[in-house]
Design a protein around this ligand. Sequence first.
Ligand SMILES: [Zn+2]
Length: 559
Amino acid sequence: MSNRDIANLNAAKANGVPTGKILVTNAIILTMDAAERTAGSLLIDGGRIVAVDPSEEQVKGAAIADMGGKTVVPGLIDAHTHMEMIAYGWNIAVNVKPPLVKSIDDMVERLAEKAATLPAGKWILGQGMHYQNQHLAEGRYPNRWDLDRASAEHPMVVRFSFHINIFNSKALEVLGVDENTPDSDGGYLERTAEGVPTGVSNDMWHALNAPDWPYEEVGPALANAQASFLANGVTAITEFTLFRGGIDAYLEMERRKDLKIRVALYPKVPDVCPLEDALSGKIGARFAEADPSRLMLGGMKMFIDGGLTSRAAAMYEPYWESDLKGDLSFEPEEFSEIVGKLHGAGYQICVHAIGDLAQDVVLDAYAALPERKAANGAAHRIEHAGNCLWTDERAGRFVELGVLPVPQPPFIYTTAPGYRKNLGPVRGANVFPMRRMVMDQKFAVPGNSDAIGIHPKQHVPMFGIWAMVTREMNDGETLHDGENLDVMTSLRMYTRFAARSIGREHEIGSLEPGKFADFVVFDDNPLTVRPEMLRDMMPDQTWIGGERVFARDGDSTRA
Ligand SMILES: [Zn+2]
C-alpha cells in the first residue's frame, strides 16, 4: 500500500478514531503476547486489534497495509520519562553543553547572545549536562558571578541535571534568595564562607519557586519533543511532570488534539500537585474532559532523596572519598503518612529513591500499607532502585512487598561511569544488575529512559535496548560483568512489562485482540540484527490507535 493510500485510509475517521478494517500483512509480527508468538498479519478495526492472523472470512472488505516483509513490534512504551523537560531543554533553553561550550567563558558568551535578543527582566534558561564541571576548562561549575557577566538585567538559570541548577544574581534577587534563605529538606544552596548563596542550588528548584514558561512556548516545544518520540517508535509514555504548569500544558495539548502519544501523568507531590488536591480528587477532576486513552492521571510521584550526580542521594555510608551521605527529603514518619494517604485515595505511587537508606525508607512505608497493589492494579514503584546498591537482601524485600524496582536502561551508557566514580571501587562494581533482576529475580522491570533532554538518544528505546545488550558506557569501557540481556527480554521490558508497570496491560503492551493498534515497523528484525546495530535502528513507521502517526519517508502524519 502506498503512503497516499494509508493517508486516505487514516482520513476516514469517526470521532477521531479511524473507521474501517485494515489488514496489516506481509510482516514478521512480534506480538509480545504471553507466549511471545510471531504472526504474519493483524486485523484492525476502530483503532483496535480485532484478530491476529485472521481468517479469510474476517478480512473481507479490509484495506490492505502491506509491510513488505518488515518487522512489526508493539508500540514501545517509556515507563519513566520527562517529555516536558526535553521540550524545555531542546526548544526553550540555550544550549550550553559540550562540544559547543568548552569553558565558562563560552557559556557566558552563549547566554549573553540570547540576552541581547530579549527585553530586560525576561527569564533565560540554559541547558548544560551532568558532570559538566569535568568538561569545562575551569574544572568547576559556574556561579552567580560568572553568569552575571552574561547579563545583570535578565534573571538566568542554567540546569545541569534536574538536581543542579545555577542562578545568576538577578534571578536570586527576583526569587528573593539571600543569606537568610534556608536550605530545603533534601536540598541545599551552596554558600560562601560568609553564608552568601553562590547561585549553585541542589534539589531546590521548587523550594526556590523557579518559574515555568508560558504555553505559547511550551506547547510547540512539547509537540517537537513528541515528534521525536514518535519517530523513535514510542507510542506511550509515563510523564513525571516536574513543572507546576505541566498538567495544564498537557491538558491544553490534548484539548487542541495535538497530543498523539499516549500519556499517563504522574505529578510530583507536593510541589506540582499539592497533597490536598490529590486527596480531595480536585486533581483528577481536571482530567474530566480529556480522552483517557490519550491523557490520563496515572498516579503520583514523590521524591525521598536527591540525585547521585549531586551526591544528594541518601546513603548509609558516605560517597567515595567524601564525608557526604546525602539527605532524606522527608522524615520517614511523615513520608510514610503521605504514602498511606495517597494509597488510601487509590493512587499508584512512584517514589524516586536512589540511595540505599532512601530505598529502605520507601520500602518501610510500602510495608505499612494494607494492600500491595494500587487501585489501578499495578504495583507501587521505586524509581532508580536497581541502578546501584542492589543487594539480595533488598531484592528480597521488594519481592515480599510486591514493590517494583525501576532502574534506567540507558543510564548504563550515560551514567554508569559517574555512579562508579561516586560510589568507589566496591559499591561501584555493582551497577545496573539487569540480568539478576529480570532473569534471576524475575522482576517485570519496565523499559524507561528518565530522559530530560541532555543526551540526544536517551529517550530512544532501541538505544536503551542496545545499552542492556552490550553494556557499553560513555567512557569507552564496557561493563564485562555478565549482566547483559538478550534482545527479546529487553523488548519485553519496553512493551508488556512497561504497560504492566502503569496498570495499562489490558489496553497496550502487546499485539492481541482487544488492545489498541499501537505498533512500530522496522526494516530489520531487532532479534536478528548485529547487537551494535540496535543503537541506531530507526522505525520505518509508527502507528497509534490504528492511525499512522510517523513515517520515515515523511509522507505520513495526516493533517
Ligand atoms: Zn525522572
